[in-house]
Design a protein around this ligand. Structure first.
Ligand SMILES: Nc1ncnc2c1ncn2[C@@H]1O[C@H](COP(=O)(O)OP(=O)(O)OP(=O)(O)O)[C@@H](O)[C@H]1O
Ligand SMILES: [Mg+2]
Length: 491
């Protein structure tokens, strides 16, 4: 069958990879027969195969189907099809192909769209210079990971300024459906200064994939990206593999010395795929029907990202929060595993505040190691104003708050519009990190009346109207500077 993972050793002379590949090579023909089919789980008799092995289901009068070993019924392997089964009967032949799923990776994958097996789905063949690797790698050693101390530009002001992300950091983007996760990922792809971007689209609707690639990602975004796609109609084993495939491609780029940005949209659908497989293999359901293996696989997946001596993988994992409940089990687990979370808020999206990032609810755990103490203090100040405003919003909106009763609320009201100028951003705009940091410094300085280079020296402390005017001017100045810089770059 064409496109089936083959067993050829890696092209590049990497002794460790060659040894690993040889160990996984199937030296003898191992064949069995289909014993039973329950839901999507195929039980095979007459052969044995290790967990994770790839087999072929061979109905006599239909194309072969790839399937992966997901468990055992006594000694009989249970297989989950990785491709839709068109026809299958008890007694049909099954053949062991490989002890693990492998795929071809390398530099020439840039700009390409592939499926969970690494096969091109953009109508062009893959180039010959790719190297075959195993998708199930283990995470880098914890002691071999250098500290994360460099900021990574995303081009999104709300992130770069208020939730600075480091090279090699792993963050979650938490949101309900349709709030703006994919649009934010598109903005990050276009605005980042990472060398390579690998995007896994797990369980998305088919229509969205084309739309994301053409509109959200655009030609410019696609040039330095590899997109791995497994839409919602694909079997669970294929959707699960798409996240591993993307991670393996990113690992290869990292080993070649690049700073890679890995975007997985969404890790919830990855967990849902494993829920289907775990239940099919006979695992007991636990919280919300998720079997224990889901909570084992999540850390294994996210730990593969990060920084090594050679390069880095900075990863964003989107988490679909059912019913906007940020405490559902997958959201809760992923939040605990990552180095930060960005929460998107449906209320903000309804107000037309895009990207709808809820700053007070979000945190980048490494921000203090990535920015100067002055920027850190400015960010804290702005956060305080936002929290203060949120706490008093009900009073303010019904007109029960009287200006002058509390200077902190006065300041929060005065700073609200200028802060929103910083945080709101059109999805086609990209702001350099330096500019975002300058805007934060100017905003904080305008509020206290301190002088910053190019900023406001006026004495505005304790004068809400003057604070607002100064802060608004600072934000507008920075926005104008950015527009000028953009025009200069374009010209
Ligand atoms: N930055 C933005 N600027 C303008 N509109 C936006 C922005 N982000 C999101 N939207 C609006 O929100 C809609 C949904 O966005 P998006 O598809 O990114 O959400 P999602 O969270 O990925 O959805 P799903 O859960 O269905 O995958 C878009 O069609 C768009 O109208
Ligand atoms: Mg989406």
């Amino acid at each position: 069958m064409s496109g089936v993972p083959t067993l050829d050793p890696p092209r590049l002379p990497d002794p460790a990879a060659t040894a690993s590949s040889l160990r996984k090579t199937v030296l003898f023909q191992v064949r069995g027969r289909v014993a039973s089919l329950t839901g999507d789980a195929v039980t095979v008799q007459g052969m044995t195969a290790p967990l994770g092995a790839i087999c072929e289901l061979l109905p006599p009068d239909a194309p072969a189907t790839l399937a992966r070993v997901i468990g055992f019924d006594d000694t009989r392997p249970i297989l989950a099809p990785m491709e839709p089964i068109t026809r299958l009967a008890a007694g049909d032949r099954v053949r062991l192909l490989s002890h693990a799923l492998t795929l071809r990776v390398g530099q020439s994958l840039c700009g390409r769209i592939v499926d969970a097996f690494g096969r091109p789905i953009d109508g062009r063949p893959l180039s010959e210079d790719l190297m075959r690797v195993d998708v199930s790698h283990s995470a880098p050693d914890s002691l071999a990971r250098p500290p994360i101390d460099q900021p990574l530009q995303t081009g999104v002001r709300a992130i770069d300024a208020m939730l600075t992300c480091g090279v090699g950091q792993r963050l979650g983007i938490f949101a309900g459906s349709g709030v703006g996760k994919s649009t934010l990922l598109g903005m990050i792809t276009r605005g980042t200064n990472a060398d390579r971007v690998v995007i896994a689209m797990v369980g998305e609707r088919g229509r969205e994939v084309g739309e994301f690639i053409q509109r959200t990602l655009g030609e410019e975004g696609l040039k330095k990206s590899v997109v791995v796609v497994a839409t919602s109609d694909k079997p669970a084993a294929q959707r699960l593999s798409a996240a591993y495939t993307a991670t393996s491609i990113a690992e290869q780029f990292r080993d070649e010395g690049h700073n890679v940005l890995l975007l997985v949209d969404s890790v919830t659908r990855f967990a849902m795929a494993q829920r289907e497989l775990g239940l099919a293999a006979g695992e007991p359901p636990t919280t919300r029907g998720y079997p224990p293996s889901v909570f084992n696989l999540l850390p294994q997946l996210v730990e593969r990202a990060g920084r090594t001596e050679k390069g880095s993988i900075t990863a964003f994992y989107t988490v679909l929060v059912e019913g906007d409940d940020n405490n559902e089990p997958i959201a809760d687990t992923v939040r605990g595993l990552l180095d930060g979370h960005i929460v998107l808020n449906r209320k903000l999206a309804h107000r037309g505040h895009f990207p709808p990032i809820d700053i007070p609810e979000s945190v980048s755990r490494l921000q203090n190691h990535l920015v100067t103490p002055e920027i850190g203090a400015a960010v804290l100040k702005i956060r305080e104003h936002m929290v203060q405003y949120d706490n008093s919003e009900d009073l303010i909106s019904i007109g029960a708050y009287r200006q002058g009763s509390d200077p902190r609320i006065d300041a929060a009201i005065a700073m609200r519009d200028p802060i929103n100028i910083l945080l709101r951003q059109h999805s086609d705009d990209q702001t350099p990190m330096e500019m975002s940091h300058q805007m934060v410094m100017k905003l904080a300085a305008a509020q206290t009346g301190q002088a910053v280079p190019g900023g406001q020296p006026a004495n505005v402390a304790n004068n809400p109207a003057a604070q607002q005017a100064a802060a608004q001017q600072a934000a507008q100045q920075a926005a104008a500077q950015q527009a000028a810089a953009k025009q200069a770059a374009g010209g």
